[in-house]
Design a protein around this ligand. Structure first.
Ligand code: ZN
Length: 165
């Protein structure tokens, strides 16, 4: 298990659209999952997508109260029409935080670290993190949706982000 460097915005690797995970049983994939969890914890994140460590595979890890949850080949649907706006940050956009509107609830279908399918309903912060990580796998970042910077405006400006504060 080792920590891996987290790629920083605006690196173009963060814009890669990830490929489906097909081989769950390889040592490389199991090591990837362990490294992602270790990296997320070390950085005190609540989620990390493989895209953020330069691996273009559809897998992310999430850890709130319980966990870690492995979300491979995720399918997100039943996004609620009701949206909630809350503050987000990202380990790939260090020291910048801002408000992001997201669907308040959703349904997730995904595979775990061993390729077993599971499904669940999520709401609130959990639904928010799922959407944030899911979008990493599509090459999207929270700053694409951010309506207002709440902290780190000078850094956001340095990064060329034209978001009001
Ligand atoms: Zn992120």
């Amino acid at each position: 298990m080792s920590h891996r460097p987290v790629i920083q915005f605006p690196d173009s690797k963060l814009r890669a659209v990830a490929n489906p995970v097909r081989d769950f049983h390889s040592e490389a994939f199991q090591t990837l999952i362990c490294d992602m969890v270790a990296t997320m914890r070390k950085r005190r994140g609540i989620g990390l997508a493989a895209t953020q460590i330069g691996v273009a595979l559809q897998v992310a890890v999430i850890e709130l109260k319980d966990g870690p949850l492995v979300m491979a080949n995720p399918v997100v649907n039943k996004l609620s029409r009701q949206q909630e706006e809350d503050e987000e940050g990202c380990l790939s956009v260090v020291a910048v935080f801002g408000m992001v509107p997201r669907a308040a609830a959703l349904h997730l279908r995904a595979q775990d670290a061993h390729g077993r399918w599971y499904e669940m309903n999520a709401k609130g912060l959990f639904a928010r993190v799922i959407q944030h990580e899911y979008e990493h796998l599509q090459g999207k970042l929270f700053v694409d949706r951010c309506t207002r910077i709440t902290a780190g405006a000078p850094r956001a400006h340095e990064l060329g982000l034209a978001i009001p504060s």
